[in-house]
Write a protein that binds this ligand. Sequence first.
Ligand SMILES: [Zn+2]
Length: 247
Amino acid sequence: MLFTKSTRSLRTQLILSLTVGLMMMTGCSSIKTTVVGMSVEDRPIECQQIGWGRDTVMIMATIHGNEAAGTPLVSKLAEHLKEHPKVLKGRKVIIMPVANPDGYVHNSRFNVNGVDLNRNFPADNFDASQRHGAYALCEPESRTIKAVLDKYKPNRIVSIHQPVACIDYDGPAAKLADAMGLHTNLPVKRIGSRPGSLGSYAGLTLNIPIITFELPATASAMDRESLWDAYGMSLVAAIRYPDAQLH
Ligand SMILES: [Zn+2]
């Protein structure tokens, strides 16, 4: 049978809406990568969106450039989510693999202006200084992270650090921290809210549950597979929370 132009486009529309419907029902495992901002030295800051649902989980790594074990870990997480699309049913996961790309390249905690980005957020406890920044969000990297929060309005956030080896949290995240703790050997431990940190801003000022996932120093020497074995299911638990089922 021959299709006229209009029946063809009708058919295309039908297939498209069926596909979108199916994606919404089953979760979608394709990864959409977007450059969401640029660093001081003009390196791109990327976000990957996996899934399309309303429940939104943000997972970021390497806001401190010398605490970089989270970056290979979230790369494995993205693969896992592609292979297990059921985890994405009704939700999307926003992954920022390297929040401080200049610090990552220079193996430095700070950005190239010498500012600790994790002290530069407009939390109620922001404390201006050379290391924290002259004012909140004075750095392009922290502004980019804030813009991503504004855009996606995540329901919960995990930010991966080193080397304290614990699951720290801010805001209404005690149960989320416990749920993550069931799947790794890191203890749940409150470190206390640092001035102008993402934990203080998201957790206390915005009331979003946020986990500071502190891997040990030894995580730097672990390959992607070992990192995944040790910490991967804890991240999946954060994504699926409050559902305790992992697959
Ligand atoms: Zn850190």
